[in-house]
Design a protein around this ligand. Structure first.
Ligand SMILES: C[S@@+](CC[C@H](N)C(=O)[O-])C[C@H]1O[C@@H](n2cnc3c(N)ncnc32)[C@H](O)[C@@H]1O
Length: 279
């Protein structure tokens, strides 16, 4: 999967926000409770969902740098954040938002992270964050990234890293073969070298502990049922498309699976959230 559409990100945002691990968000909130201002960098920001989820838990003055390589998503982020805030002002290419008693300055940065995040961290940040990003990157990238964050003594928080769990109901005879193909696709290069896929959170935990960080991981699964039919349908479409690219599942079997999953399944999709702070 090389690109992410704004429509897909909008479809998943309510489920992403519901799934985030509340206990870990509370720990994040407590870390910065004594501060009244915070500098944050959000990597692979898409349309700004991570800011919308985190801002209510962070100090009253926040400055965010939202980073993505896709200019269309950055433009969409600007529009969605302006619509989300109670009040907003354009500040050059950026935005000043007022929401929930908070003043939030947002800068939008177009950058390709595949060569490393270091240049994005050089302007300093208290918190480096990302959501639904790390299964795309390689283990080498993660190790280098953890070293760069630790060199700056920043806190790191990430949410919704896919962990490989797929529990779909009712069972379907092709589940095993389809998910095996999907997970094979997960390991393919997404621009950062061989992707860590479902092993990304474990790789992050190991890399940050090696930097003497205190690491906490917590579950944040999607639990999708009849009310989430549009998201389940799109999820099944995406899984089938990824499995198709591997050539491991006959087309007729894949189509039958997708059809069945689009019309009435419920599912649990596993994710992990992770918070790492200097010891
Ligand atoms: C699954 S989306 C998550 C978006 C957002 N964080 C959210 O939670 O809705 C992954 C994001 O990473 C961005 N991305 C992927 N590869 C990238 C790269 N090489 N450099 C910068 N951003 C990248 C995509 O454009 C996309 O916005």
């Amino acid at each position: 999967m090389s690109g992410f559409s704004a429509e897909w990100l909008a479809l998943r945002e309510p489920s992403d926000h519901r799934a985030r691990n509340r206990a870990l968000l509370s720990t994040l909130q407590a870390l910065f409770r004594a501060r009244d201002a915070l500098e944050v960098v959000d990597l692979g920001c898409g349309t700004g969902s991570n800011l919308r989820a985190c801002a209510p838990f962070l100090p009253i003055r926040q400055r965010w740098r939202l980073v993505d390589h896709d200019p269309a998503l950055l433009a969409e982020a600007r529009d969605r954040l302006a619509a989300w805030a109670e009040a907003h002002e354009r500040a050059g290419e950026g935005l000043c938002l007022t929401v929930g008693g908070r003043h939030i300055e947002v800068a939008f940065v177009r950058a390709d992270l595949s060569a490393g995040a270091e240049p994005l961290l050089d302007r300093g940040a208290d918190l480096i964050t990302a959501a639904a990003l790390f299964d795309l990157v390689s283990r080498d990238w993660i190790e280098r990234f953890a070293a760069a964050v630790a060199a700056r003594r920043a806190v790191f928080y990430t949410a919704l890293t896919y962990d490989g769990r797929e529990e779909w109901r009712p069972p379907h005879p092709s589940d095993r073969v389809v998910f095996a193909a999907f997970h094979a696709h997960q390991g393919r290069d997404k621009g950062f070298g061989p992707a860590a896929g479902p092993r990304a959170s474990a790789a992050l935990a190991k890399a940050f502990r090696a930097q003497r960080y205190v690491v906490e991981e917590a579950e944040s699964p999607w639990r999708l049922g009849p009310k989430d039919r549009p998201l389940i349908r799109e999820l099944a479409r995406g899984i089938a498309a990824a499995a198709r690219e591997t050539g491991l599942v006959p087309e007729a079997e894949l189509s039958a699976w997708r059809e069945a999953r689009s019309s009435g399944a419920s599912c649990l999709v596993g994710h992990t959230d992770l918070l790492a702070r200097p010891a």
